[in-house]
Design a protein around this ligand. Structure first.
Ligand code: F0G
Length: 459
């Protein structure tokens, strides 16, 4: 029998950042001061930070040295042209409008394409994306496959759009009320789950038939491309770079939070193929972001981003990246911890409803579990459930989404397998004592994106 061969990260570590440990007493004080919201903790009080993979990745030596090439001219910085060329080569789009981060691009796209009363179908909502759609007068409609809402379904393409749900919507409201479909790679809110190439090709056909655009949320599409390479027939010998290009080629444009896949700490962009739309987006950019050749990024940020994109499509990088997530997931499954399966790209998600079945969803099980994990270990995770979903604008009630999850998000190239082992052990400890855990209630509830700034107390 062939012996199992291990894999290792395709890099070595040149600079380290020391971690701080805290006592349980210190953590009790910190989480109370933070209103039981891990977003309000000071990072200095955190041991292993799995809050997000956004802007938290480690840049390479080449990225750091490319920052010295920053051309900080107000207009026409050479780094803009370098980034533009990179987007054309890797993401296929003709036109680039840089933005300060993803939501800047979402703002521009939503304001330009959505009219009052429009419907925007999507493969599950994302918090900032839906809010921008709603603020532009649109209504988000979830057309993701049913499996995405079931944490225990092993379906490999939980990010797929259910084409018949989409067609039903188009037939009901009329294609002229659907400006575009919002299509996300490695869908964040259902566990970092990919779509298949087959799905996007089918989607293209339906959208062509009805003259509807496909706007990609490309934030984690390089990771999605790796899943296609791993799991979809006919793609095993293609590179992540080729697959990413092919995905984009079926779409009309994208919004991008470069803080994820692209291995930088800040930045984003809007890109498209339509010249008219591009011109309008450039014009919006100068109002809300900055001049259209920097859009809120410094020249050095744009150069580091161009390099980060090149590194993000390296097959070995993605193999280790997705491999680390899977390693954590498999450790947890072996211990009988309820997580979303299959393991996603950027994170492992604890199923808080199954973890704390004695709590009602309005006691915020996922928010509670994230706070308990911090108390136990100093590890910081994030709620992705009832708090993130917000209230239904019509009924004013909590949306109570089917998925009530705690996200253990892995920054890229930052933590080692030993950190994953420590994380597993801490979760197992919380699981052992889960019966004693009580829920939370709101002390302060902000109007928009409440999960970022809400405060809670013990029920
Ligand atoms: N789209 C997706 C799929 C995202 O995950 C995010 C951000 C955005 C858009 C918005 O981008 O933060 O650069 O403005 N996700 C972060 C997270 C916040 O932690 O998942 P942004």
């Amino acid at each position: 029998m062939r012996k199992k061969r291990s894999w290792a990260e395709p890099f070595k570590i040149k600079v380290v950042e020391l971690l701080k440990t805290t006592t349980r007493e210190e953590r009790e004080k910190a989480i109370k001061e933070a209103g039981f919201n891990t977003f309000l903790l000071k990072s200095d009080d955190v041991y292993i930070d799995l809050l997000t993979d956004s802007g938290t990745s480690a840049m390479s030596d080449v990225q750091w040295s490319s920052m010295m090439l920053g051309d900080e001219a107000y207009a026409g910085s050479k780094n803009f042209y370098s980034l533009e060329k990179t987007i054309q080569e890797y993401y296929s789009y003709k036109y680039l409008v840089p933005t300060h981060q993803g939501r800047g691009a979402e703002h521009i796209l939503s304001q330009l394409m959505i009219k009052e009363g429009d419907y925007i179908p999507g493969n599950m909502y994302f918090t900032t994306t839906r809010l921008h759609q709603e603020k532009a007068g649109g209504n988000f409609v979830d057309v993701i496959v049913d499996e995405a809402h079931d944490p225990s379904s092993e379906f490999p393409w939980k990010g797929n759009v259910n084409i018949s749900k989409l067609e039903k919507l188009i037939n009901k409201v009329g294609a002229d009320k659907v400006p575009y479909i919002s299509y996300e790679g490695c869908v964040n809110m259902c566990g970092g789950q990919p779509f298949s190439m087959e799905n996007i090709k089918e989607l293209r056909k339906v959208c062509d038939k009805h003259d509807i655009a496909i706007m990609l949320d490309a934030t984690r599409c390089a990771e999605n491309a790796y899943f296609i390479k791993e799991k979809e027939k006919g793609y095993e010998n293609k590179s992540v770079k080729e697959i990413l290009y092919e995905i984009c080629s079926y779409t009309d444009g994208c919004t991008m939070s470069a803080k994820k896949d692209s291995l930088v700490n800040i930045g984003g962009f809007f890109a498209c193929n339509d010249e008219e739309l591009y011109k309008k987006a450039q014009n919006m950019c100068v109002i809300f972001e900055g001049l259209h050749t920097y859009g809120g990024m410094a020249g050095r940020d744009m150069e580091a981003l161009a390099q980060g994109i090149k590194e993000s499509v390296m097959d070995e990088h993605q193999k280790a990246r997705i491999g680390q997530t899977k390693y954590l997931g498999q450790n947890l499954l072996a211990e009988g911890i309820p997580i979303v399966v299959p393991c996603g790209g950027h994170a492992i998600f604890l199923d808080a409803k199954a973890f704390l079945p004695h709590l009602d969803q309005d006691d915020f099980p996922a928010q509670t579990l994230a706070a308990e994990l911090y108390l136990e270990s100093g590890i910081r995770a994030m709620e992705r459930g009832n708090v993130s979903a917000g209230r239904d604008p019509e009924t004013g009630k909590n949306r109570r989404p089917p998925l009530e999850l705690v996200r253990l998000t892995l920054p890229r190239r930052v933590y080692t397998q030993a950190h994953m082992d420590v994380t597993t052990e801490a979760i197992v400890e919380v699981y052992k004592n889960r019966d004693k855990i009580t829920g939370l209630k709101f002390e302060y509830e902000p109007e928009y994106l409440r999960f970022f700034q809400a405060r809670f107390s013990k029920k």
